[in-house]
Structure formats: structure tokens, C-alpha cells
Design a protein around this ligand. Structure first.
Ligand SMILES: NC(=O)c1ccc[n+]([C@@H]2O[C@H](COP(=O)([O-])OP(=O)(O)OC[C@H]3O[C@@H](n4cnc5c(N)ncnc54)[C@H](O)[C@@H]3O)[C@@H](O)[C@H]2O)c1
Length: 502
């Protein structure tokens, strides 16, 4: 059967239902829409037709293609009209009882070989399908909003899902022009699980008085290479929506401290400061409001030289940049790993999960995705730090063409701890069979636009970089929040295969 003959049913025609219907329609399927609220399926069909009209105006679709697509789209008055569907995707209210009842009703209508799918973002696929007669043909097809634009689809297999059903769903998503990833039915699936620390660590740095939102956002963007900072992104998503995802993953993992929600975000939600949509979130969005500037240091003198006691590990590019800036690098034989000594005798060290206050005279600098491209570097110094060391460190990075933000003495800084925790959750998910390394990386690049997949990032940073940093953080915050997973331990300390085969 060609796509043209295979009827797709979409139940629940709100934001996601409309988006999914549009995707199926453009891929060539006839599509029938059903919604519990009378008239809503019809207005959804009109909204989709209007959206396709805008694609024609933008030259992304021909008028003939649009006419044919609109001709294949029809609202249904009752669920019975989906009887001939080869696939039904539900995108109704996010409530287990509502979805379970709908699936039972659908099974009474469609043929036994009809593939049934849910677009749930936070419920268990296994639980939704629990009351079905044939749960083997039920699968999660998790599209992201806006479905026509977002390339990623998580294909979620519940405990009862047949391999053939998962494969059909996977191939369908691919035929619809999407990039599917296969994953198991665990809280948050892939993206919503592994992305939690991106928000949580930014909020924690703020709560620990490390820096204010505008500075943390600027560091995540300009140093970390993330498209948006956590504060501006959650203002866009909606603090209520973002917090609800965090809470559902946290509850799903039996309130594991690694997923604990943020008190500061809770207060925003309680106050109705949900972000752009309410005119106020972490930032204000009223008429004439301007985004606060990140904290940026005034120009400081560059040091005449630095002493390198090692190759700086994942920050080794900094040494090349210092030389290119015409600053002498004196190399010492003593290998002190990731530290530089400044002319005043103070040290500059890559963020490693320790605090500046533990040492007599150390300033930390944050991890960057790419030190050459980074336009800002964060430095952390204890409150009573030696000001000469701070100023030499500021002057050094300014000489490399970077803006510099001096933040509070938070261990693991901003980018480093965020990336380390994301890497940990990624390895943990792979070790638990949730998805392959490749699919984890694809999901994070396409689902939340990360500049690198976390597994690839961990490869570039070195085998035990994330483990060592989290281990240090865990020592300083023994709540368990930073405890590295067994999976990360294994990954970091397993002998190299080539060595082992000797
Ligand atoms: N909005 C997102 O960003 C997003 C992203 C991914 C997944 N999801 C998931 O997609 C689903 C829908 O979300 P949404 O944002 O489109 O919601 P929405 O509120 O925009 O739309 C839900 C629609 O379902 C209809 N509905 C409710 N109960 C029904 C029933 N029993 N039978 C038929 N129709 C029913 C409602 O009338 C409404 O039109 C949820 O499961 C949600 O978790 C949402």
C-alpha cells in the first residue's frame, strides 16, 4: 500500500495533534481527525489548511500539492470513522485514565493490525497500554513541538510492545521525513531525561549565589556553545511546562535527588511568572523592557607570561591561544595537569569540581565547547581571593579576545558541571538499555539543539573527565545529586580494549 492509501487517524486535535496530522498529510497520507470537543476537529482541519497555505506563500509547497493535501484531510464526527485506519496517533489530554479509556475505545473500532501510538511526553507507554486487548501493537511516537519543524521523534517501546510494531512506527517516522530514535519506556524517555541538568545546574548556580541569570545564560551560550541559556529557554518554554516535566521525571524516578526540582523555579510558577507568555519569568517582557547585561569585567592588564605545569587537558587549546596572543608560555617539567601559574604566583585552573576557597591562591576558569570560538569565559574566585591573581586571570582571557565574567566560588563552575552531569545521565541511560550511544547523541542534538551529543562530548573531553569532576562535586555536596553513576565509573575506568588484548 502506498502512503496515499494508508489512512492515518489523529485523536486530540490541539497543538500536537494538528502538527502530527500536518506531517502525515504532507507525507502523502489521507488523514482523519477526531476530537472529543464537538467542532474542534473541523476547526483543526481549517487551521492545518491555513498553515499549508502559508507554506505555499513561502514557496515551500506548490498550490497543487496543497490542494491535494487538503483534499486528503477530513474531520470525523465519531471515533467509528477511524475504523479503516492503518495507524492512529493519539495526542489527547496528558492524563493516564483519559488515554487508557481512549485506547480501549479505539481497539473496539480499528482492525487488529492497526498500529496504535501515543504522543505522551511524560506518562508510561506501558501503563497507557496496560488495559489494551492487544498491547503489542501499541507504541510511543513522541514528537516535539512544533511537530512539522522538529526533526526528532522518539519511538518508545513499552514492556508489551512488539518489535514489529516498534519497527513499523520507526519506519513510518522515517518515511515522514523525521529522524527517529528508538528508546525504552523510562521516565522522560531520552531527551527529557538527559536534559534535566541543563536547567537544574543553571538554577543551582543562581540559588548558590554564583551568578545572576543573564550572566549564566551568556556563559552557557558564549562558552558552552548552547543555542540558548537555561533561563531564557525556560522563559520561552514556560516555567510551568518546564517544571512539570522536571517534576514528572523526578517522580518517575521515585524522587531521585539527581532530578530534584528547583525552589527558585517553584516560586516563579507559584507567582504566575511563567515566562514570555505571562510577560514575566526570570526576565521581564513588558513594553520597552531590556534584558539585563551579563556581568563583564572592565579591561585589565595582560600578564607578561604564564607558567604551564601541564597541558591543561581539555583546555589545552588555551595554551595555543596564549602563544598566539604573544604572551610567553614558560613550560615546567612538573606535570600539574590543568593549572597555569600567573606572574604574581597565583594559579589558574580548569574547573574541576573543587572550590577556590580550598586553596591559597587559585582562580578557576570554566569549560568551553571550543576555546577558540568562545567569546566569553567565566572565572570563579573565593570572596577573599588575591585580587592580583583575579586581575591577571581576567587580563589573560581578555588578551585572547574574550569577555570575562567573574562569578562566585561555585565548584564545577557553570558549563563544566552542566556538561559533566549530562554526560553522566547519557552513559547511565545507555548502560540501562534505554537507547544506543548513537541514538542518545542524535536525540540531544536534534531534540534540544545541543552543539554536541553527550557521548561524543565525553569522548572529546577525555575518558574520565566527567567522572573526576562529579566525584569532586559529590565530595563537596554529598546529597547524591552529583554522585557519578556506576555506568560512568565503568566507562571511565574500564581498561582500554587494546591494552587488555595484549
Ligand atoms: N505541547 C507540547 O509541547 C507537547 C510535546 C510533546 C508531546 N505532547 C503531548 O501531546 C499530547 C497533547 O498535547 P497538546 O499540547 O497538543 O494538548 P492540547 O491541550 O493542545 O490538545 C489536546 C486535545 O485533546 C482533546 N481531547 C481531550 N480528551 C480527549 C479524548 N478523550 N478524546 C479525544 N480528544 C480529547 C482536547 O479537546 C484538545 O483538543 C499530550 O499527551 C502531551 O503530553 C505535548
Amino acid at each position: 500500500m502506498t502512503a496515499h492509501e494508508r489512512l492515518v487517524g489523529v485523536v486530540g486535535t490541539g497543538t500536537m495533534g494538528q502538527g502530527i496530522a500536518q506531517v502525515a498529510l504532507v507525507a502523502g497520507h489521507p488523514v482523519r481527525l477526531y476530537d472529543a470537543v464537538p467542532g474542534r476537529a473541523k476547526s483543526a482541519a481549517e487551521a492545518i489548511a491555513a498553515r499549508l497555505g502559508r507554506l505555499v506563500e513561502k514557496g515551500r509547497m506548490s498550490a497543487d500539492e496543497r490542494a491535494a493535501a487538503v483534499g486528503r484531510l477530513a474531520p470525523a464526527q465519531t471515533l467509528d470513522e477511524l475504523a479503516d485506519a492503518a495507524l492512529v496517533v493519539e495526542a489527547v489530554l496528558e492524563r493516564l485514565d483519559v488515554k487508557q479509556a481512549l485506547l480501549r475505545d479505539l481497539e473496539a473500532v480499528v482492525a487488529d493490525d492497526c498500529l496504535l501510538a501515543t504522543n505522551t511526553s511524560s506518562l508510561s507507554v506501558t501503563a497507557i497500554g496496560g488495559a489494551m486487548r492487544l498491547p503489542g501493537r501499541f507504541v510511543g511516537l513522541h514528537f516535539f513541538n512544533p511537530a512539522p519543524l522538529m526533526p526528532l521523534v522518539e519511538v518508545v517501546s513499552g514492556s508489551a510492545t512488539d518489535v514489529t510494531a516498534a519497527t513499523r512506527a520507526y519506519e513510518t517516522a522515517r518515511a515522514w521525513g523525521k529522524t527517529p530514535v528508538a528508546c525504552a519506556d523510562t521516565p522522560g524517555f531520552l531527551v527529557n531525561r538527559i536534559a534535566r541538568p541543563f536547567y537544574a545546574e543553571a538554577f543551582a548556580v543562581y540559588e548558590d549565589q554564583g551568578a545572576e541569570p543573564a550572566t549564566i545564560d551568556a556563559v552557557l551560550r558564549e562558552s558552552g556553545g548552547f543555542r540558548m541559556g537555561a533561563f531564557e529557554l525556560t522563559d520561552l518554554i514556560g516555567q510551568d511546562v518546564n517544571e512539570a516535566v522536571t517534576r514528572s521525571v523526578w517522580e518517575g524516578f521515585f524522587q531521585d535527588v539527581k532530578f530534584r526540582p528547583s525552589l527558585a523555579q517553584r516560586r516563579l510558577v507559584e507567582a504566575g511568572r511563567t515566562g514570555r507568555k505571562s510577560g514575566q519569568g526570570w526576565y521581564a517582557y513588558g513594553e520597552g523592557e531590556e534584558r539585563p547585561e551579563p556581568r563583564t569585567e572592565a579591561p585589565a592588564d595582560q600578564p607578561a607570561y604564564v607558567v604551564a605545569e601541564g597541558d591543561l587537558g581539555p583546555a589545552r587549546e588555551v595554551l595555543a591561544l596564549i602563544r598566539e596572543a604573544g604572551i610567553e608560555v614558560r613550560e615546567e617539567d612538573e606535570d600539574n595537569g590543568t593549572r597555569l601559574v600567573l606572574p604574581g604566583g597565583g594559579q589558574l585552573a580548569l574547573a574541576d569540581g573543587q572550590t577556590s576557597i580550598e586553596y591559597r591562591d587559585v582562580v578557576y576558569f570554566d569549560l568551553a565547547l571550543d576555546y577558540r570560538k568562545a567569546t566569553r569565559i567565566a572565572l570563579a574566585a573565593a570572596r577573599d581571593a588575591n585580587q592580583r591573581t583575579v586581575q591577571e586571570a581576567v587580563g589573560l582571557f581578555q588578551a585572547l579576545g574574550k569577555d570575562v565574567s567573574v562569578i562566585g566560588d561555585v565548584p564545577g563552575m557553570i558549563v563544566a558541571r552542566t556538561v559533566a552531569r549530562i554526560i553522566d545521565l547519557a552513559h547511565d541511560a545507555v548502560a540501562k538499555g534505554v537507547a544506543t550511544e548513537e541514538d542518545v547523541d542524535t536525540a540531544m542534538r536534534l531534540g534540544v539543539n545541543y552543539p554536541l551529543g553527550p557521548i561524543e562530548w565525553s569522548r572529546r573531553l577525555g575518558k574520565n573527565w566527567a567522572y573526576a569532576l562529579l566525584d569532586d562535586l559529590h565530595l563537596r555536596d554529598p546529597s547524591g545529586r552529583y554522585a557519578p553513576s556506576l555506568a560512568l565509573y565503568r566507562h571511565s575506568y574500564a581498561p582500554d580494549k587494546r591494552e587488555g588484548s595484549a
